[in-house]
Design a protein around this ligand. Structure first.
Ligand SMILES: C[S@@+](CC[C@H](N)C(=O)[O-])C[C@H]1O[C@@H](n2cnc3c(N)ncnc32)[C@H](O)[C@@H]1O
Length: 454
């Protein structure tokens, strides 16, 4: 791939970041924040919160910690290259690899450019561990690109502790001061708060609306603190492992330019929707899968999410025991089964017929790369015998836009309307529409809690 001639912002790349970063020009980014997989030997797979998308990313390293550190080193070298001389670099990690990463970072940036080890402390609600203390913090290493004296720095502030405010004096105008000496030389405290130190207390509550169900999601408040401290409005923020897009959302809200990279198409699709929700008018996606070969290469959960999203459907909330139903069509809520294989046979249609009947619907869709003759014959038999319509859709149909989505306007499947451009913010119904269709609510209705449906 040719190097990019100029730096475009408002872009999310769906790619391995090493490959993509090597295309960036040197000295072009003001702030880099990265929150890579942590060498935790876990495999995250969760069911998505509000839209039940299946989310997963690998966090496993065969070959051990040294393979992981070398994998990271390659990326950090590229990241340092593209950072402006006035720029700052933040690497987020935890006890699984922090000590190894610190040594590697000193080697790449130079020990003299190390600025801080920030401890992000949070509360968790898990039970008492037997032999160790609660592991309730992550570590964020902060480095200057070239010289500590050059970095952009707006020292973050935190609210004055209540006890301090109670102890100190208040003047007639409500301003707080302490008395410096016996001549009553008043020292007024800064109403913006006290200068933050390197331990930050921020908790992303499990019940907050901000929580999306993405494993390892970070709080927006954490990202806002980092971005405000190390950039000015208009500066360029890059997150090369952007996950569900917290850094990009915080940057957007603070009036900074942003660029994101993530290898997962599901994550990228979510980032786009999240950014549009906070007012980003231009979100360009680059590198999303667009050919049959690319789709065949996706991990099964990524492929399933792609199909359901492409059909503007909703994801099945059940991971197991869903009788082969992977999602439901838009508005009419008819079952969809997704197969990442070719030459689907008669038995798949036969089994799906039972699932559709049990769902109480008289229509369903199977999506695959291709179907055998037996599958078409079985779908015709089912139609004749039970009046049950099972539509066999190929991935090529979805890609070429031959088969349209079930839309509120048509209520039908199989018109010749073109598929929406997946890069356009209007490509899918809004989250509001999807949830309303899923819960049978009209748009604008309010839930029992008094909250509008989101
Ligand atoms: C710890 S999560 C990031 C979470 C993010 N900070 C948030 O608040 O949602 C790590 C992310 O890195 C992505 N990832 C893993 N390997 C990657 C690679 N080589 N290139 C780009 N992204 C990658 C994963 O898909 C995952 O979304």
């Amino acid at each position: 791939m040719a190097p990019i001639g100029y730096l475009e912002t408002g872009v999310i790349y769906c790619d391995d970041n090493l490959h993509r970063l090597s295309q960036f020009p040197a000295d072009c980014i003001d702030l880099i924040y990265l929150d890579p997989p942590f060498f935790s030997n876990r495999h995250y797979e969760v069911i998505w919160g509000d839209e039940a998308e299946i989310r997963s990313f690998e966090d496993r390293w065969e070959g051990g910690i040294h393979v992981y550190v070398e994998w990271m080193r390659e990326r950090v070298i590229e990241l340092r290259r593209i950072l402006k001389p006035t720029g700052t670099f933040y690497l987020h990690c935890d006890e699984h690899a922090s000590h190894y990463l610190k040594v590697m970072l000193d080697e790449v940036f130079g020990r003299e450019n190390f600025l801080n080890e920030i401890i992000w402390h949070y509360q968790t609600s898990s039970g008492a561990p037997k032999k160790w203390l609660h592991r309730n913090h992550d570590t964020i290493f902060r480095y200057a690109a070239s010289r500590p004296a050059l970095v952009t720095w707006n020292h973050p502030r935190e609210p004055w502790p209540e006890a301090t405010l109670r102890k100190w004096q208040h003047d007639e105008e409500g301003r707080v001061y302490r008395v410096q000496n016996k001549f009553d030389k008043r020292y007024y405290i800064d109403p913006a708060g006290k200068l933050a130190d390197d331990v930050w207390e921020i908790t992303l509550s499990s019940r907050t609306k901000e929580r999306l169900g993405y494993p390892t999601q970070k709080p927006e408040a954490l990202m806002e603190k980092i971005i405000s401290a190390s950039t000015d409005p208009g500066d360029i923020v890059l997150d090369p492992f952007c996950g569900c897009g917290t850094t990009l959302v915080a940057a957007q809200k603070l009036g900074r330019q942003w660029i994101g990279i993530d290898i997962s198409p599901t994550a990228v699709d979510l980032e786009r929707r999240r950014l549009v929700k906070v007012g980003a008018t231009e979100v360009k996606l680059v590198g999303m899968p667009v050919t049959e070969a690319q789709l065949a290469d996706l991990k099964p959960f990524e492929f399933q999410n792609w199909v359901i999203n492409r059909m503007n459907g909703t994801h099945s909330p059940h991971k197991v025991g869903d009788m082969g139903i992977d999602g439901f069509s838009f508005m009419l809520h008819e079952p969809i089964q997704v197969k990442q294989s070719r030459a689907i046979g008669r038995n798949v249609v036969d089994n799906f017929e039972t699932a559709v009947k049990r769902s109480g619907k008289n229509k369903g869709y199977i999506v695959a790369f291709s179907f055998g003759k037996g599958a078409y014959e079985e779908a015709a038999r089912v139609k004749g015998a039970d009046g049950l319509a099972i539509t066999l859709l190929t991935v090529a149909d979805l890609l070429e836009g031959k088969a349209d989505l079930v839309t509120p306007e048509t209520g039908l499947f199989g018109t010749d309307l073109p598929l929406p451009d997946p890069r356009s913010p209007d490509a899918r119904p809004s989250v509001e529409e999807l949830v309303a269709s899923d819960t049978g609510q009209e748009l604008g209705q309010v839930a029992e809690s008094g909250e509008p449906y989101l």
